[in-house]
Design a protein around this ligand. Structure first.
Ligand code: FES
Length: 107
C-alpha cells in the first residue's frame, strides 16, 4: 500500500518559503531552511531568488555566504562560487546544484 505526503506539508513549505523570500534584501545571500533542507538563497539586484544547494559538491561541507565579495565560499578546502552558484575556484569541479523554487518570484 502506497502512502502520499499530506497536502498540508506542501502548503506549509510554500508559506515558509514566501516569508523567507519577502524578508531577503537585494544582493543578499543567506542560508535558509526550506522543507527541512538547508538552502543557499541569493536575492539578485532585480529581486529574483536563486535557491541553491548549501552543500559543496567537492566533499559535502556546508557553504557560507561571503557578504564582502558576494560569493558562496566553502570553509573546508576553499572553493568559491558566484552568487548564482557558478564555480569560480576549486577544488570543487561543478557548480552548486540549483534547487527548484516552490513559490513565484517577488514582484
Ligand atoms: S568540501 Fe568544499 S572545497 Fe572541499
Amino acid at each position: 500500500m502506497s502512502s502520499y505526503p499530506p497536502l498540508m506539508a506542501c502548503d506549509e513549505s510554500q508559506v515558509e518559503e514566501e516569508v523567507l523570500w519577502a524578508a531577503m534584501k537585494r544582493e543578499e545571500g543567506r542560508i535558509v531552511m526550506i522543507a527541512g533542507q538547508k538552502t543557499a538563497a541569493y536575492c539578485d539586484e532585480n529581486g529574483a531568488i536563486h535557491p541553491l544547494s548549501a552543500v559543496c559538491p567537492h566533499a559535502a561541507c556546508d557553504i557560507v555566504w561571503n557578504s564582502e565579495v558576494k560569493t558562496w565560499d566553502c570553509p573546508c578546502h576553499g572553493a568559491h562560487f558566484d552568487p548564482t552558484g557558478k564555480l569560480m575556484r576549486g577544488p570543487a569541479m561543478t557548480d552548486l546544484q540549483l534547487k527548484k523554487r516552490l513559490t513565484p518570484p517577488i514582484p
